[in-house]
Design a protein around this ligand. Sequence first.
Ligand code: ADP
Ligand code: MG
Length: 322
Amino acid sequence: MSWSSDPHADSHHSNDQLPPELRPSLELRPSLELRHPHELQHFAGLTLSFDDETGSALAPGRRWSTFNDVERGCRGPDPRPDWVIEDAAAVDTELGVLKTGKEADVFLLERATTEASCLLAAKRYRSSEHRQFHRSSVYTEGRTTRRSRDARALETGSTFGRTVAAAQWAGAEWAALRLLYAEGLPVPYPVQIDGTELLLEFIPDADDPAGVTAAPRLQQASVPTGAAGSELLWDWWHQTRDVLVSFARLGLAHGDLSPYNVLAAGRRLVVIDVPQIVDTVSNPRGAELLARDCTTMARWFVGRGLPVEPDDLVATVLAELR
Ligand SMILES: Nc1ncnc2c1ncn2[C@@H]1O[C@H](COP(=O)(O)OP(=O)(O)O)[C@@H](O)[C@H]1O
Ligand SMILES: [Mg+2]
């Protein structure tokens, strides 16, 4: 099967006019051989563009699933949830921006075959000069860079160095998410990492029946008035305390825990944004950072009228440190 049977594709791209190196391979991926006649219709009517690397035709904002392009260790841990799409014939479609940030942008991505689809949060670390923010070295004390070319590039701050830094933060967040997920902490399932891009389980807003709106950050989550509200706040408080105790027992601090890095998926809290995770054993300021995580979270609950003591939470959590 080739695109030549697709009149639409033919009218846009005559391959004979292209220099050989730019000529797209007209072979579809083997697993996309049109087992399903409607697959062609799926692409019909779209302006076709050619991916330089794969030579395959896809509309702008779409790409072949990168799941099978990355090494094994760059795919999520087992047991893999059954909603994860592993099919090489899947197509990733960019649905929009969830948030642009100082150091990373987060996009909503749909990964779909003709039978199944799932939504993913694509967190892309910035590597360009436009990056406005440099993390404090407080977080990286005790970490080492093995490749000396990378280490030199980081020191000189070259473009390559910035790419290395972005990939290192992505890699650090990937490793942290894998560990936290495996330990049963409430974090998004890490689906894959590809250089500076992380694909994560998308956490939808429990109030959106279509499930395409992101869960609100705890900071913006609405709390009902009266007894229902106070009951919800206590539930969130207990989840928060459990998360912080789990971090302490693992000898870790989130390092940037705040109501902006906790999503409220209905009653369930999900912790995100973990690239700066800190080892409280090797980092001399680890305990201090864990205490700060506790205080920041506790103060939010105090602000919502919950009669809790930030210092008590700090004491409870630090007592669990390994
Ligand atoms: N897995 C996810 N599901 C839904 N929304 C997400 C997810 N990950 C991130 N987001 C959205 O993107 C925002 C930024 O993500 P975050 O990891 O906190 O990056 P930043 O470094 O920019 O703060 C979050 O506040 C949230 O709104
Ligand atoms: Mg954040």
